[in-house]
Design a protein around this ligand. Sequence first.
Ligand SMILES: [Zn+2]
Length: 333
Amino acid sequence: MNVRRLIPTAAVASATVLGLTALSACSSSSAADKNDGKLNVTASFYPMQYLAQEIGGDHVSVDTLTKPGVEPHDLELSPRQTATLGESDVILYLKGIQPAVDDAIGQSGVKNTVDAATLTKLEKHGTGVGHDHGHEGEKHAEDEHGHEEDEHGHDEEGEAGADPHIWLDPVKYAEVAEGVGKALEKADPDHAAAYKKNTKALVEKLDALNTKFEGGLKDTKTKTFITTHSAFGYLAERYGLDQEGISGIDPESDPSPARIKELQDIAEEDKVSTVFFETLASDKTAKTLANDAGLKTDVLDPLEGITDKSKGDDYIGVMESNLAALQKALGAK
Ligand SMILES: [Zn+2]
């Protein structure tokens, strides 16, 4: 008999608890009802993670699909990652760089997806293949690059072969930051003021970084740099440099013997001092090339992931290391 009397009491008590929970959830933004009221943002890889963290600050909980130290281009998602992707309030990604991620996002059912590629203007870049020393004029060289891209299959990624590495140009990255800020304001209007303020602060940091790059690379002995994969096309264009990639836009593709020979010639003609390699992709070809041509090697980090070994704690820190490495390699005055 006592038991009967206890049951309603327990039921009333739990109903009260449920009521309170429901009430507190309603008082916060509808999208931000998980993770202690924080907006759940899933970022596809580091450059997206950095934007989400800088702009979202304390109001977001950021999960990154590409774990530190993993080369992102050919990332495959685990079934668990695919399942949890559907629980995101916002997904921030860059279409064209990780095909498996693009597919999973398409199937996730999440309405609030932000494609960074739509927040700035993408361009096609040559890989430096077909570099023509006999002719001056960028236009001519670009036409050649277009043809060569088709032949070498470097245009597999992205729509119509557009180069996805926009984050390596601080100016384009700032444009993406502005768009991400607006997207977070819309997804979580309760904290719009904070997102606006954080976006402004980040854009100012990126502007300062751009100024440093402009000044630091204005007067150099050579404009040509050799990299492992062609991640620095936007950066090269922004600061008037000439990127010569060993492999294409995808770090997994192998260069032809003809390309290696060509790079050796370019290195000699353009007085290249250094072959750059990176931390997440294979450095074998870069080191062989440098060895054969009597060149130095150094790290130029495409920031596709960040680890303890990265030369900097975050995007800005690594980019500053990249600037120092470029200044040294190009003979900045
Ligand atoms: Zn890349």
